[in-house]
Design a protein around this ligand. Structure first.
Ligand code: ASP
Length: 430
């Protein structure tokens, strides 16, 4: 019997999870789902997170050390970072155009605004207070935060990925500069570690359909609780806001990514989506581009023909700093909240949103719900009260799933473009 392709297996898991989730919330099986279904999702996502940090470290060190000299590193690094920042700025612009034309905030009835505010007030306070520390810091603090004073501290927390990226690049640069015979053992060690981790991805993905089933069931369980009618009401009220975000995301994928792919590479759109689908579905179900990274790397290298040298540098960096989906969502959310609170944002406020959002998305951790925490900073930068996030909290998880999928798609697109520009692309195996 022909084996069902991995992405189909995951899609089946996802649909069954959706169906089960809806049935279980309707029948009030919330605690059964939490106790007996959700743990499989947690095990699956923990396995992915477990390998994310060693993978970033080993593959980035290998990637940087395999570049023959620092000149090549700065060339590839310069190109990668410029494309990452450029596409993020474009994403924010598309988001702003979408929200300014559709004006979803003007369509919310006053009673609904008040209801949402009170319903999510507590949660919003928690989010806002977790960002309080971030707000009161100097302008250069994000750069200071990138440089750890103890590597083991950084490596012990997946949220510190940016610090690990920094250390890995440093070690890679050091390896390029010492004599070959001294660098060889360490290079081999990290190469072998990254090969092992990539192999583990195959093993972990064997349980992906079950993991995805459990994750989706639990997400529905958490969003809806045992009161699905409340979710329908929420979706009704915030439907137009969600539409503005989703429309922006789709336009960004079609115009920016597919456009770039067409102009700068020979890759066919179907090949790209077929090859990347398992990573995208995983991003959708886990809402974490960090946890998805091992699969993104495996698919880009083994299916889409991106060279190991490029993928091991571009993808870990992208998972940490390139979040186009998040940035687009943050821009729409900021303006939407302002519209709901009847505050108008002039052109200079909108330009401030572009700048702060590009920076905030770089600093957003690749984990579920990180984007809404950073949104607080963007709101503050244009004088919109951060308590406003209470209005959108109820549907945030759904949008998180969508924006994370776009984040991962963006990283993969850039890795193909860089690989092609370096003449290092192999024939895709799909
Ligand atoms: N969940 C997103 C990611 O991991 C970040 C966010 O926007 O919350 O890419």
């Amino acid at each position: 019997m022909k084996k069902i392709a991995l992405h189909w297996q995951i899609i089946i898991g996802l649909f069954l999870g959706l169906i089960y989730g809806f049935i279980s919330t309707n029948l009030g099986w919330g605690s059964f789902t939490t106790n007996w279904i959700a743990p499989f999702g947690t095990i699956f996502i923990n396995l992915l997170k477990l390998i994310a940090m060693p993978l970033v470290l080993a593959s980035l060190i290998t990637g940087v050390a395999s570049l023959s000299d620092v000149k090549k590193l700065s060339r590839i690094g310069g190109k990668t970072i410029s494309i990452y920042i450029g596409t993020t700025a474009l994403a924010v612009t598309i988001g702003l155009i979408s929200v300014n034309i559709l004006k979803p905030g003007d369509k919310i009835p006053i009673e609904m605004k008040e209801k949402l505010q009170t319903l999510y007030e507590k949660d919003a306070e928690n989010k806002a207070s977790s960002v309080h520390k971030v707000k009161n810091r100097g302008p250069l603090q994000p750069i200071v935060d990138m440089v750890p004073n103890n590597f083991f501290n950084s490596a012990s927390n997946n949220r510190n990925m940016l610090q690990v990226v920094f250390v890995a690049i440093l070690i890679g640069v050091g390896l390029i500069q010492i004599p070959k015979k001294n660098s060889k053992p360490l290079k081999l060690f990290f190469k072998s570690l990254s090969d092992v981790v990539i192999k583990l991805v195959d093993i972990i993905m064997l349980i992906a359909p079950i993991g995805v089933f459990a994750l989706i069931s639990q997400t529905i369980n958490k969003v809806a609780g045992d009161n699905p009618s409340q979710v329908l009401e929420l979706l009704g009220a915030l439907g137009f806001y969600m539409f503005s975000v989703i429309l922006g995301l789709i336009i960004h994928v079609i115009i920016t990514y597919m456009g770039m792919m067409r102009f700068f590479t020979k890759m066919k759109v179907q090949t790209f989506f077929k090859g990347l689908a398992p990573a995208q579905l995983l991003a959708f179900s886990t809402s974490s581009s960090g946890a998805t990274l091992p699969v993104t790397m495996e698919r880009c290298e083994e299916k889409l023909g991106v060279s190991e040298e490029v993928s091991s540098f571009v993808l870990p960096l992208g998972a940490t700093i390139n979040m186009d989906g998040t940035a687009l969502y943050q821009a729409v959310a900021a303006v939407f909240i302002a519209q709901t609170l009847n505050m108008s944002l002039d052109i200079s406020a909108q330009i401030t949103i572009v700048l702060t959002t590009v920076l905030a998305s770089i600093g957003t951790a690749a984990v579920p719900g990180a984007g809404i925490v950073m949104l607080v900073i963007i709101l503050e930068s244009v004088g919109v009260p951060s308590e406003g996030i209470a209005i959108i909290l109820g549907v945030d998880r759904i949008l998180d799933m969508m924006r994370t999928t776009v984040n991962v798609t963006g990283d993969a697109t850039v890795s193909i473009i860089i690989s092609e520009s370096e003449d290092q692309i192999n024939t895709p195996i799909i």
